[in-house]
Write a protein that binds this ligand. Structure first.
Ligand code: FAD
Length: 432
């Protein structure tokens, strides 16, 4: 009999909660990874960088597991199909995995739990990708928080060294199931080609102590680019939060708490993935002009900060947080295009795409989320540029033709006009 550890978005051997518990269990542990065709088939780009990243990471894990005479069984199928094959092939008594809070994953895991139970297989799941999950940080009346600051206060109140301690997974790797290396399907067999995008290294230590003064300037390398590694679990949140908590300056840790806040919100309010948290805002009459949307996607709006951000996103899979706020506000407020269009576009392009944070960020910008900026606060892209890129370094990098007035497009819409139009549309929706 064997146990299976199902890797999902926790692609590391060290400090991995579910893997640790599996290895401490009674049976040898066979690692499994499923390239879920349900998810892959929906991806628009055959050179999707996230698929390449996962692929490379799984290959690296294969290399590490070889040292322990083990291997990851890699499947490419819908989860049910993959599991049916695995259970046909092996005598499995328990499955271990880590929690995933996204609506698709929660439904999938709920159904699999029933499926396993019917076969007498234990399905053991663990918290791994956050310090606090689900109902661990709630109000005194047990209801979820919908405002960040009191949530953060409670989060800090609850924090004990125990929660930041690593799981010493590496001590137990001898309990892996011994096997020759399995074949991994090629990227081509999965239907993808390798991306040209470069992946950021794990390098946050020097960021933390200067974070507060540098984080807002998109031309400065002042943020960690750790999002991708958090998304796929190539770095442990316990390690990050531990290091961040040692710093005197807590701004960076607070950002990690924002991530948990949004995950908690999505867990409690899964319909906010596609609907405004504030129902009144569902009535906004979006203009949804396709040409304007395309200009926004392509970084051709005639607002240099918006265009620079979109081009950075298109070319690197990353956009600086300040500019994410400006581009998102511009789309939803200046152009009155449904925030879901923008959310989808970011979902397609961002290396660090995280449904909870992306939806949270978009709804914040559109004014319709938990803890949102009030709708009447409309960023001026020009003022934002003056404040956060006064020397135009970021602009020169991403919009080099900006200096050449002949080549750079005129603003797609006048700021004052767009602001009035936005206020009217929001007021109308909210007065109903
Ligand atoms: P750092 O500034 O170094 O922060 C470290 C980590 O803290 C981040 O990697 C992230 O995990 C977390 N974090 C930081 N800021 C936030 C925040 N505001 N909300 C939630 N978590 C945060 N973040 C994503 O991880 N995925 C997304 O898909 C995403 N979409 C966004 C969309 C919009 C419209 C906006 C306004 C923000 C979005 N964010 C998203 C939040 C934030 O912009 C990114 O986390 C950050 O820019 C990533 O860069 P970094 O890794 O260098 O972050």
């Amino acid at each position: 009999a064997i146990s299976i550890f199902w890797f999902r978005r926790d692609l590391r051997l060290n400090d991995n909660a579910g893997l640790y518990h599996a290895l401490k269990g009674p049976n040898p542990v066979l690692p499994l990874f499923i390239f879920d065709s349900e998810i892959l088939d929906k991806l628009a780009d055959k050179d999707d960088a996230r698929v390449s990243f996962i692929y490379k990471t799984v290959e690296a894990l294969q290399g590490q597991l070889k040292h322990h005479h083990s291997s990851i069984l890699v499947k490419h199928a819908r989860p049910y199909q993959a599991w049916a094959e695995v259970l046909d092939q092996y005598n499995v008594t328990a499955v271990y995995t880590n929690h995933d809070y996204e609506p698709y994953a929660a439904t999938r895991d709920g159904e699999l739990k029933t499926f396993f139970a019917a076969k007498g297989i234990a399905f053991n799941t663990y918290k791994d990708q956050v310090i606090f999950e689900k109902n661990e940080v709630v109000k005194d009346d047990q209801k979820p928080y919908t405002v960040f600051t009191p949530y953060k206060r409670k989060w800090y109140d609850k924090l004990k060294p125990f929660y930041l301690k690593p799981y010493p997974t590496e001590k137990y790797l001898d309990n892996l199931f011994k096997t020759n290396a399995f074949d991994t399907p090629t990227l081509k067999q999965l239907g993808f080609v390798e991306t040209k995008t470069a992946f950021p290294p794990i390098a946050y230590v020097n960021i933390i102590n200067h974070y507060a003064e540098r984080r807002d300037f998109p031309a400065v390398e002042g943020t960690s680019h750790i999002g991708l590694h958090l998304r796929f679990g190539t770095e442990s949140i316990r390690q990050l939060a531990h290091d961040a908590n040692l710093a005197i300056e807590k701004t960076w840790l607070n950002e990690l708490i924002w991530r948990e806040f949004y995950m908690m919100v999505l867990y409690h309010f899964p319909n906010t993935a596609t609907h405004a948290f504030k129902p009144d805002y569902e009535g906004i009459k979006w203009r949804n002009n396709e040409h304007e949307f395309k200009a926004w996607c392509d970084g051709q709006t005639g607002y240099p900060l918006v265009d620079a951000g979109m081009r950075q996103l298109n070319q690197t899979g990353y956009m600086h947080n300040r500019v994410r706020m400006v581009t998102a506000s511009f789309l939803s407020k200046h152009l009155l295009i449904d925030w879901r269009w923008g959310e989808n576009y970011f979902a397609r392009k961002l290396l660090d795409y995280e449904m909870a944070s992306n939806v949270g960020g978009w709804q914040w910008a559109a004014g319709c989320g938990t803890d949102a900026a009030p709708y009447f606060r409309v960023f001026s892209p020009e003022l934002q540029l003056k404040k956060f890129d006064p020397q135009l370094q970021y602009i020169k990098k991403w919009v080099p033709e900006y200096a050449d007035f002949g080549k750079y497009p005129k603003p797609i819409v006048d700021h004052a006009f767009a602001r009035d139009r936005c206020l009217k549309a929001f007021k109308e929706a909210l007065s109903k």
